[in-house]
Structure formats: structure tokens, C-alpha cells
Write a protein that binds this ligand. Structure first.
Ligand code: ZN
Length: 187
């Protein structure tokens, strides 16, 4: 299993809220190399948040919002967990809970179906970001036209489950199973 060579960040690197992007001061010194990816990641959130209503934004599942931001930024926010490590965790059943709606009660956390053993809270978060990014990228690679239909529905403020069904003609849980099988085959 690949071990990250850099220490995991102690706190969040950036945040987007109400269309404003705020970056951690750590990015201007020790973690300067991460700025372009983190900024792109946060701009992905700000873009969606600025385009649809606050309620529609909150109702999107957190794993999807993070996965989209990680994909759009080429891995921003997930730098400290490799795809190989994320795949190994999926193989052990330690994977994100692929729910199909977000809520006002859980604004940023991505829940796990089975919590990764021995992971610190920050490592768990980065693992969730990496798995989310890989799954969203898989959805895009699987069927670009379906992904486009889904994104258009999301940007129209439609609920996530409806957007997925309209794009792929199946639900997100069955798409996750396909992804997990494809992931296991790559090991
Ligand atoms: Zn994010």
C-alpha cells in the first residue's frame, strides 16, 4: 500500500461560502505548491453554489460536491491519499457512503459505509475526497453524454437522484457497484 510521504494538513486548506473563496494562510508559505489545485477546487464549489439556490446546493450530496471539485482541480484537496491507497480501502469495504442527497444538518462531512481502521479524522476526510474524486471521474469516463445530462439537470437545480436517473437511466448505488468492481479489477 502506498504511504503518503508528506504530512497530512492539520486544518482545512480552503473554503468556499456564499460565492467567496477563502484560502488558508499555510498555502502562502509551506504549502505554496498546492495553491493552483486548491483554488480550482474551491472555485468549483463557488461556481455551483453561485449558479443554483442555496437549498439546491445543500441538497446535493457532499461526496458529489467534493468529488467534482477534486476532479475539476486534478486532485486538489486529495493530494495526501493516492488512488492506490483509496482503491485498497474500497477493497476492504472502507468506502464512502454514496447517499443521493445532502442536508442542512451535515454541511460538509462525507460519511463512510465502514470507517477506515486507524485513520485520523483528517486522513479520513482526505481518503473520502480521493474516493469521491475517483468515483465522479469514473462517472464522467463511463458515459460523457450521461454525465453532461446529469450536470445540466444539477445546474438547473434539480434534485441529485433525479439528475442521475435522467443522465444514466440507473441510480447512483448501482453505478457505485460498477465502479467498485472496476476498481477491484485494477488491483
Ligand atoms: Zn471542497
Amino acid at each position: 500500500m502506498h504511504r503518503p510521504t508528506l504530512a497530512a494538513p492539520r486544518s482545512r486548506s480552503g473554503v468556499a461560502a456564499f460565492g467567496r473563496v477563502i484560502l488558508s494562510p499555510a498555502l502562502y508559505s509551506k504549502q505554496r505548491r498546492r495553491v493552483p489545485a486548491i483554488l480550482t477546487h474551491e472555485l468549483s464549489h463557488a461556481h455551483i453554489e453561485g449558479w443554483i439556490s442555496a437549498n439546491a446546493f445543500v441538497r446535493l450530496p457532499n461526496w458529489f460536491k467534493e468529488g467534482l471539485a477534486v476532479m475539476a482541480s486534478g486532485g486538489g484537496g486529495a493530494e495526501f491519499v493516492s488512488e492506490q491507497e483509496a482503491r485498497a480501502a474500497i477493497g476492504r469495504g472502507e468506502h464512502i457512503d454514496v447517499d443521493d442527497a445532502g442536508s442542512w444538518r451535515v454541511l460538509s462531512e462525507i460519511r463512510f459505509e465502514r470507517a477506515p481502521l486507524g485513520a485520523t479524522p483528517s486522513h479520513r476526510t482526505v481518503l473520502a475526497y480521493r474516493q469521491s474524486g475517483m468515483f465522479v471521474a469514473y462517472l464522467s469516463d463511463l458515459d460523457g453524454a450521461a454525465f453532461g445530462r446529469m450536470m445540466n439537470a444539477i445546474l438547473d437545480g434539480r434534485p441529485f437522484a433525479e439528475a442521475v436517473a435522467g443522465g444514466y437511466r440507473e441510480d447512483v448505488q448501482s453505478l457505485w457497484l460498477k465502479f467498485a468492481q472496476a476498481s477491484a479489477a485494477r488491483k
